[in-house]
Ligand binder design. Structure first.
Ligand SMILES: [Zn+2]
Ligand SMILES: [Zn+2]
Length: 145
């Protein structure tokens, strides 16, 4: 498999019906979805999507610059359309994830020049802040063991 030769160009490689269905489910959802959740939702449609196919198409959509992905603290990957540039404050104690109102990367935090990128083509970024939410700070005084 020549996986690393060229990034597929969406204009040259049109999406298949399964990839379009996958993207539509992600765009309709108001939250990020895991591969398993996507698989569940697609089962309600007319096409057959095996779980392995869902993951393969997710990789393809990421390579086409249409889908972004981030890893939750439990190791699970969740997916969203590329245009949804969301960032989160995630509590390491209760796992609660609160969206940040702005993208700190797009507001000038990432001044990567072409020289630093060395030909790398950026498609999406992730930015997470992990810590303790307000209620966990109040209910679990860690320092007073
Ligand atoms: Zn918490
Ligand atoms: Zn961002």
């Amino acid at each position: 498999m020549a996986q690393h030769s060229y990034p597929p160009d969406p204009d040259v490689m049109p999406l298949g019906p399964r990839q379009r269905a996958l993207l539509a489910v992600l765009q309709e959802a108001n939250a990020e979805l895991s591969g398993q959740e996507l698989h569940e939702r697609l089962r309600q449609g007319s096409q057959r999507h095996g779980l392995a196919t869902v993951y393969r198409n997710l990789r393809l959509l990421q390579r086409s610059g249409l889908v972004r992905c981030r890893k939750l603290p439990n190791g699970e990957s969740v997916y969203a359309p590329l245009e949804r540039d969301d960032h989160h404050l995630t509590c390491v104690s209760c796992g609660h994830s609160e969206p940040l109102p702005i993208c700190p990367v797009a507001t000038g935090g990432l001044g990567l020049s072409k020289v630093l990128l060395q030909g790398f083509k950026p498609l999406f970024h992730t930015f997470e802040i992990h810590g303790l939410c307000l209620s966990c700070q109040q209910s679990e005084p860690l320092s007073h063991g």
